[in-house]
Design a protein around this ligand. Structure first.
Ligand code: IPM
Ligand code: MG
Length: 362
């Protein structure tokens, strides 16, 4: 079966890192009989420039028809002045919501070759392998009412609503328990149940779902404590499940523990495992177009796509092993070079392709 992959390069370094991942796809096609059809589409600032919308209708259609979506990055200073609905971020948020991509997997893995890149002492992070499961289509990001309104005294107030329906909590909890089962069977649910009713319900529902997963050890942490534990003793975590806002914040913290946000992939999945795959880092407009960006997070996102949406775990492993191989060879893009000599985006991508070919015997 031919897999249809929507390719959303976006803004900033997006086109460069996506080009590197496309070379990997091309190699899988030629050497490993991977049948894929690529459908490029505009998103974010590029969507606005080409079609006047951060999520153009034709892009949404292409994404709906695709089996999986590979996403680069969005945003840039030239779009900062746009009205809320036209901002590049809105394109990403609308895509997540339109496709019901509620389960966001954000692994934070420390590559042993890069141990010294972490801002924590290497003995605290050696072997780190955490999976953050962030709820992505609900909570305060999407809850209403929301807005900025005038008060009786003529001053203004801004307001948002953090709301989770039971079924939303239940499905993200099940998603996280299923993932914990494939790992070390530890699940920590993060909330703010000492203050927020929405978290009180969250905790209750997670505990109820836990009854179906007796083989998984469940714990609960308040989000402030979880943030502290992440930088105090991060290896205590296996899988963390949390809501949209807490997950946004904790996943950046977890990413930094690895010292190299340029290495981290992510997956956003719907109920049926269809998903969008994107690097955790952003569009880095300051280095865009200079062949400086690290393409490995995007290439590893492609590996997650092969594993989670396209049922090609061997190809996923092949890519992951090739990334390990290029790191072993000493190749580093500037973000992970710690001041030592570095290679460019294209060179890094080509090295991964060469390592895949070498492993495949060609
Ligand atoms: C992320 C980003 C997005 C978010 C922004 C760009 C809307 O920070 O994917 O973590 O807040 O979800
Ligand atoms: Mg974020």
């Amino acid at each position: 079966m031919t897999s249809k992959i929507a390719i959303l390069a976006g803004d900033g370094i997006g086109p460069e890192i996506i080009a590197a991942a496309e070379k990997v796809i091309e190699c899988l096609r030629q050497d490993f009989a991977f049948a894929a059809e690529l459908e490029p589409a505009a998103i974010g600032g590029a969507g606005y420039d080409q079609h006047g919308q951060p999520l153009p209708e034709q892009t949404l259609d292409i994404c709906k028809q695709a089996d999986a979506i590979l996403f680069g990055a969005i945003g840039g200073p030239q779009y900062d002045g746009l009205a809320g609905e036209l901002r590049p971020e809105k394109g990403l948020l609308n895509l997540r919501s339109s496709l019901s991509l509620f389960s966001n997997l954000r692994p934070a893995i420390l590559y042993p070759q890069l141990a010294s890149a972490s801002s924590l002492k290497s003995e605290l992070v050696a072997g780190l392998d955490i999976m953050i499961v962030r709820e992505l289509t609900g909570g305060i990001y999407f809850g209403g009412p929301r807005g900025i309104r005038e008060r009786e005294d003529g001053s203004r107030e801004g307001f948002n609503t953090m709301v989770y329906a039971e079924h939303e909590i239940e499905r993200i909890a099940r998603s996280a328990f299923d993932i914990a089962r494939l790992r070390n069977r530890g699940l920590c649910s993060v909330d703010k149940a000492n203050v927020l009713e929405v978290s009180e319900l969250w905790r209750e529902v997670v505990d109820r779902v836990a009854e179906d997963y007796a083989d998984v050890t469940v714990s609960h942490l308040y989000v402030d404590n979880a943030a502290m534990q992440l930088v105090r003793a991060p290896r205590q975590f296996d899988v963390i499940v949390t809501g949209n806002l807490f997950g946004d914040i904790l996943s950046d913290t977890a990413a930094m523990l690895t010292g190299s946000i340029g290495m981290l992939p992510s997956a956003s999945l719907d109920e049926n495992g269809k998903g969008m795959f994107e690097p955790v880092h952003g569009s880095a407009p300051d280095i865009a177009g200079n062949n400086l960006a690290n393409p490995l997070a995007t290439i590893l996102s492609l590996a997650m796509m092969l594993r989670y949406s396209l049922q090609q775990p061997q190809l996923a492993e092949l890519i992951e092993a090739a990334v390990g191989a290029v790191l072993d060879q000493g190749l580093r893009t500037a973000d992970i070079a710690a001041g030592a000599s570095s290679v460019g985006t294209r060179e890094m991508g080509d090295a991964v392709v060469a390592a895949i070919r070498a492993a495949g015997g060609r």
